[in-house]
Design a protein around this ligand. Structure first.
Ligand SMILES: Cc1cc2nc3c(=O)[nH]c(=O)nc-3n(C[C@H](O)[C@H](O)[C@H](O)COP(=O)(O)OP(=O)(O)OC[C@H]3O[C@@H](n4cnc5c(N)ncnc54)[C@H](O)[C@@H]3O)c2cc1C
Length: 420
């Protein structure tokens, strides 16, 4: 018996957005998760909607960052030594994807999705999703003058791809906008088209609106088996097996092993980040602020200020490396000298990373209707709603969306090492 038209695996921003749009399109939808609502990365992040940051992680800039911070225990990037062979192959592919030509192709593809990101959030509001949202832009701050031009170059490329432009600010203009910024801040860039949300309020709002629209939630029910049927899928979740019309794997870093159950390769690995919640806020900030030289996001929310940053490859768990996490909090004082030295307890989150830096969205190369919506790396909040909107349309109409073509799940092939 088919209990649902579509079963979505994962209650993150991507899975819940997809479920809501599917239900609004008339499908009978069920969402299952091994934990509670938003048990993955979707609560533990900076909450930014940043089309202006459409550049993927494997990039010439990331290579420069890696070289600058190599070996530093408190830096924004770490590659652990305890890497498996699979992880080494993953990083090798990332290095290839950082070539300028591959990077530019990826940037154009991501920008083509990001162009619709803010409108997809507007659509969520129209559908009755209630969440905390701020539309004041993101302010990039610099304490090193030479950091500004590479950002402007990227933003010029993005403006050429249809994304909103940005305003360059001198240090004194920054201090007018943000009076707590110190004399060490030499300049800024205001990306006025960006926004931010409280990510916890987003997942809770999506779950509540989904329930209103008839989406059935099954929490604490890990998916342990997926078997292709004829025109349906048999899925075991929380020890219970049922048949469903279609499956969407939106399980963040868990997507790789789920796709592996139907013998399909989807290359997704965790990239760990850390954050701190200062409640109440030590002082008022008018904008979400990016500490550009240290790669730390600062998010003013109704209940306080959140800091988030670092990218750790290798350890796919959520254990906190306190030295590295402390680097996130310490960076703040270079830009805001009045920021308190004492930090609250850090949290961590695993970004679902792909080797080419692009999300994986579309039909798995399976006989049965199994789809993937995962691997959004640093942009899962930004692109979650637009992903859900486009993928749900594809599932409901059976028509592939050309915008999703660069993200097709069948692009992953095993790496073959040639003998010298
Ligand atoms: C420090 C940090 C800062 C970030 N800042 C931003 C930002 O400012 N803006 C932005 O756009 N993005 C940001 N991100 C990235 C963003 O958080 C992620 O891309 C996004 O949350 C991924 O959402 P998702 O729905 O794909 O996966 P997740 O939120 O990880 O959800 C996956 C769900 O699948 C479930 N699951 C996994 N395996 C199974 C299974 N076998 N059975 C059942 N359920 C399963 C999990 O329990 C989880 O609930 C940040 C991430 C970090 C770590």
């Amino acid at each position: 018996m088919s209990q649902a038209d579509v079963t979505v695996v994962g209650t993150g921003a991507v899975g819940l957005s997809t479920a809501l749009f599917l239900a609004q399109g008339g499908a009978k939808v069920e969402v299952v998760d091994s934990g509670g609502i938003g048990a993955g990365a979707s609560r533990n992040n900076a909450g930014w909607i940043v089309p202006s940051m459409s550049e993927s992680v494997p990039s010439p800039a990331a290579l420069r960052t890696a070289a600058k911070w190599f070996g530093r225990g408190d830096g924004p990037l770490k590659v652990g030594w305890e890497l498996s062979a699979g992880y080494v192959a993953f990083l090798a592919r990332m290095l290839c994807a950082a070539r300028p030509s591959a990077y530019r192709r990826g940037l154009a593809a991501t920008a083509s999705l990001a162009v619709g990101a803010v409108a997809a959030f507007d659509e969520l509001v129209r559908l009755g999703v209630d969440f905390e949202r701020h539309a004041r832009g993101v302010l990039l701050l610099f304490v090193e003058e030479h950091g500004i031009q590479p950002h402007l170059d990227d933003l010029a490329v993005l403006a050429g791809l249809g994304l909103p432009g940005a305003e360059v600010l001198a240090g004194k203009d920054v201090r007018e906008l943000e009076p707590e910024a110190g004399q060490g801040v030499v300049g800024g860039i205001l990306c006025g088209g960006d926004q931010h949300v409280d990510p916890s309020s987003l997942v809770d709002g999506l779950a509540a609106a989904g329930a209103e629209a008839g989406v059935r939630l099954r929490l604490h029910a890990p998916v342990t088996r997926i078997v292709e049927g004829t025109g349906c899928v048999h899925l075991t979740a929380g020890g219970v097996t049922s048949s469903t019309g279609a499956v969407v794997l939106a399980a963040g870093v868990g997507t790789r092993s789920l796709a592996g159950m139907v013998a399909k390769r989807v290359s997704i690995r965790g990239g760990k980040g850390y954050g701190f919640d200062y409640r109440p806020a030590p002082f008022t900030l008018g904008h979400a602020v990016y500490l550009s030289d240290h790669k730390v996001a600062v998010t003013p929310l109704d209940r306080g200020i959140r800091l988030a940053g670092t990218m750790e490859f290798g350890a796919e768990n959520i254990e906190v490396d306190h030295r590295r996490a402390a680097g996130v909090a310490a960076a703040m004082r270079a830009y805001f000298p009045n920021w308190p030295v004492r930090a609250p307890r850090p949290w961590s989150g695993l970004r679902p990373m792909t080797p080419d830096g692009l999300p994986v969205i579309g039909h798995l190369p399976t006989r049965a209707p199994i789809y993937v919506a995962a691997g959004h790396a640093m942009l899962g909040i930004t692109l979650g709603p637009i992903t859900g909107q486009l993928l749900s349309r594809q599932i409901l109409t059976g028509e592939p969306d050309p915008l999703l073509a660069p993200f097709a799940p069948d692009r992953f092939r095993p790496v073959r090492f040639r003998r010298a």
